[in-house]
Write a protein that binds this ligand. Structure first.
Ligand SMILES: NC(=O)c1ccc[n+]([C@@H]2O[C@H](COP(=O)([O-])OP(=O)(O)OC[C@H]3O[C@@H](n4cnc5c(N)ncnc54)[C@H](OP(=O)(O)O)[C@@H]3O)[C@@H](O)[C@H]2O)c1
Length: 351
């Protein structure tokens, strides 16, 4: 298989000889794998499907805008657009050999969600397909994609993932989880490099229950759904309508996959009202979306946060949040107060 060459890293974290027109963003390290990621990365579910239509040209422009803004971490999955997101990333990076982007994909959701499917033979087949889609010999980071809970307690699963590393099919592996309990079980496994979990101003339980343990163990945290599927931008009203093929229409009550993945599991009416309150807390110079991202970046233990973007403008604005000044204490207190009053009760008993 032909492979995308990895440029050597220079002192700034950028590859030696990299294009110096690219913005530089703070990078953090996944301690167990030694890999680096910009504090704000890019989620690319939008480039695959389930968010209305994003055409190929726009998808490439989103990747370009993120990279130009200093993003060095892309999160994707084999199931996003059934491979389209992975293929778009490959197409973009093949034209930009100067870039050093860590690409994390996921596997496991193209089959029935039963523990029996999480075996080495399947892992090899899923990995072959992702390597083809991504145009690489070795995947940087592969994550189990919210597997059934018993998978986290199965020694053979993690032995099989170790085998993929030994076979040089993947450089490192992690998990994407739904619950704090699943995160803690995964963190106890010695070679899990990363845990991807929903963390945002409407989902705070991981701050107490997961991040301290992850830091202690040297496991990287990838914070997903950071804008609560866009709610925290404050731009929706109770009358906002999403496209039919957008999960914010078809998964509001968990009809297609875990309800927590849509609006962070917050019910729409409550979410829109609480988001208006959240938006009013944005200090001068911040948009509400940037307030959410900046709040996540400052949480001890977070390695990278991966907002999804449907346009280059969104990708640029999200990356710019990494360079905004620290948030005032009064804003931080008000965010916690809002969560305690309006959101905590809805989400903490489930995730
Ligand atoms: N199970 C899993 O492992 C899993 C599940 C979910 C997500 N993820 C990953 O996490 C990533 C991020 O989560 P997500 O995409 O679900 O949710 P998100 O990042 O919380 O929300 C994305 C949405 O927020 C809006 N948005 C983004 N940037 C904005 C800006 N600057 N200003 C205003 N609005 C903005 C856009 O909404 P509009 O479309 O309305 O403009 C966009 O579609 C995904 O792309 C994916 O890579 C993984």
């Amino acid at each position: 298989m032909s492979g995308r060459a990895r440029p050597a890293r220079g002192a700034t974290g950028r590859p030696a000889g990299a294009d110096d027109t690219l913005a530089v963003m703070e990078e953090r390290t996944f301690d167990r794998s030694g890999q680096h990621a910009s504090v704000i990365g890019l989620g690319t579910w939008q480039l695959g499907a389930d968010w209305g239509d994003v055409d190929d040209k726009e998808a490439l422009a989103v990747l370009e805008a993120a990279a130009e803004s200093g993003v060095t971490f892309f999160d994707t999955a084999d199931v996003y657009g059934d491979g389209r997101s992975e293929q778009t990333i490959a197409s973009f990076l093949s034209g930009r050999p100067d870039l050093h982007v860590l690409v994390a994909t996921k596997m496991g959701r193209r089959v029935d969600q039963i523990p029996e499917n999480y075996v080495l033979d399947n892992f090899r087949a899923w990995n072959d397909r992702s390597r083809r889609n991504l145009g690489v010999d070795r995947v940087d980071l592969v994550q189990l994609h919210c597997p059934p809970t018993p998978v986290y307690s199965t020694d053979e699963v993690f032995d099989a993932l170790d085998t993929l590393v030994e076979e040089e099919r993947i450089a490192a592996y992690g998990v994407s989880v739904e619950t704090c309990a699943e995160a803690l079980t995964a963190i106890a496994r010695p070679n899990v490099a990363s845990v991807q979990i929903i963390l945002n101003p409407f989902r705070m339980k991981p701050l107490r229950e997961v991040l301290p343990a992850a830091r202690e163990a040297g496991v990287g945290i990838i914070a997903r759904v950071p804008l609560a599927s866009g709610l925290l931008s404050g731009k929706y009203t109770k009358d906002t309508v999403f496209a039919e093929n957008d999960h914010r229409t078809f998964n509001r009550h968990g009809e297609a996959f875990d309800q927590g993945e849509t609006f962070s599991g917050v019910d729409w009416a409550t979410g829109v009202e609480a988001a208006a309150e959240f938006a009013a807390l944005a200090p001068e110079g911040y948009t509400p979306a940037q307030l959410a991202l900046r709040w996540i970046v400052r949480q001890p233990g977070v390695t990278t946060v991966i907002p999804g973007a449907r346009s280059p403008e969104q990708a640029r604005a999200n990356a710019a949040a990494a360079r905004l000044p620290e948030l005032p204490d009064a804003t931080l207190t008000a965010i916690t107060d809002l969560y305690d009053r309006r959101i905590r009760e809805q989400v903490e008993n489930r995730w």
